[in-house]
Write a protein that binds this ligand. Structure first.
Ligand code: ADP
Ligand code: MG
Length: 360
């Protein structure tokens, strides 16, 4: 019917204008991209002698992020980091990005630009180029799907299935900060909505150390350099990135490698801010470290004979490396030595996005 067709063609025109604008602002590419945004598919010249890594993530508003606690730019940034972190965990170098978005009706072009600004802010330091995507309207919520490609040398790829009994377990950076930051953001947004109801009541600003935790939640660093160091030096036997929380991701690595593991609570790397936060809330920082998702640190295993070399090379990284335990036979399962020295079963209690929302 004409009115419907007329409406459709206007929205299609708006879609083209939006894509052209995104392409102009964010779609500049180098010589190895033969076609970027604009054709039916992107064309890339592959690098001879490398394997391709391909990863994708779908983020749904209300499930993976909340526009009440993060800006559109923050959401773009984190969406890119989730994928960059997957490439880091394989020991790869990220290369190309495709972004599909379902944009809520009522959004303006400047909101879409802010989303892409966040995406590209995470990608730029690693030389990642935007080469395509897809665009749709959404009746209510924002959806973002990111596909990221990377490369790695064939004999250097890091997988989850290579851990051997006796290997040491290491993590990069500190654990639990992101969950602490998320809790702080949730508390801030609760306070704001209460203050909104009680007129004139302002909200107190968080102390500086608390703001650091919020920043760790909103702006995590993908450990690309650490992953590349591990592969280039042939140091790790297996690796995984920490997106669901240490206990859950350790369970994945152990399952794939057919092993068990023993973690030392006192060895878990906690930031000073995380300890301060936990003390102020009377919660256990170890629990935050074991269950908190979205730290985007790397968990990896190393043969004990490579320990000294690893720790020496680790000094050149911009994050610390901590030995948190040891790989055990599968039959011993996953265990935690608590701060009193007692060995107990490690509860796998990591963050599950969909809880009861999937029909499985
Ligand atoms: P098609 O109908 O073949 O899917 P589109 O009109 O959707 O073509 O896309 C045209 C070009 O714009 C393609 O190169 C596509 O990869 C790119 N593109 C579309 N949407 C986006 C987006 N949201 N971000 C980046 N590139 C996009
Ligand atoms: Mg399309």
């Amino acid at each position: 019917m004409p009115p419907r067709i007329a409406r459709l063609s206007t929205s299609r025109l708006r879609e083209f204008a939006l894509i052209a604008d995104l392409s102009r602002r964010f779609g500049k590419t180098g010589r190895s991209v033969l076609r970027g945004i604009g054709d039916d598919a992107a064309i890339i010249r592959p690098l001879p002698g490398y394997l391709s890594l391909l990863t994708t993530d779908l983020l749904a508003e209300g499930i993976h992020f909340d526009l009440a606690t993060a800006t559109v730019e923050d959401i773009g940034y984190k969406a890119a980091v989730a994928n960059l972190s997957d490439i880091a965990a394989m020991g790869g170098t990220p290369q190309y990005l495709l972004v599909s978005v379902a944009i809520p009706t009522g959004w303006t072009g400047s909101e879409v630009q802010r989303l892409y600004r966040g995406l590209m802010k995470a990608c730029k330091p690693h030389g990642v180029e935007l080469i395509g995507g897809d665009t749709s309207a959404s009746q209510r919520d924002l959806f973002i799907s990111i596909t990221l490609t990377g490369i790695v040398r064939p004999h250097k790829v890091l997988t989850r299935d290579g851990a051997k009994v006796g290997d040491l377990l290491y993590v990069t950076g500190t654990l639990g900060d992101s969950l602490a930051g998320l809790n702080l953001l949730a508390a801030r947004s609760r306070k704001r909505s209460q203050a909104g109801r009680r007129k004139h009541a302002g909200t107190e600003p968080e102390p500086v150390s608390m703001r650091d935790l919020i920043d760790r939640h909103l702006h995590p660093s993908p450990r690309i350099a650490a992953g590349r160091m591990l592969t280039s030096q042939g140091l790790a036997t297996a690796a995984i990135d920490l997106s669901d929380g240490l206990s859950g991701d350790l369970a994945h690595l152990c399952e794939q490698s057919g092993v068990g593991a023993e973690i030392q609570a006192s060895a878990l790397p906690l930031s000073r801010q995380c300890r301060v936060y936990a003390a102020s809330r009377k919660t256990d920082p170890i629990r935050l470290a074991l269950t908190g998702g979205e730290d985007y640190e790397l968990l990896f295993t190393v043969s004990p004979r490579n320990r000294v070399r690893l720790e020496r090379l680790g000094l050149r990284l911009d994050c610390r490396l901590s030995c948190i335990g040891i790989v055990r036979p599968k039959a011993s399962g996953l265990r935690l030595r608590d701060e009193n020295g007692t060995l107990r079963r490690l509860a796998v209690t990591s963050y599950q996005h969909f809880q009861n929302k999937l029909p499985l």
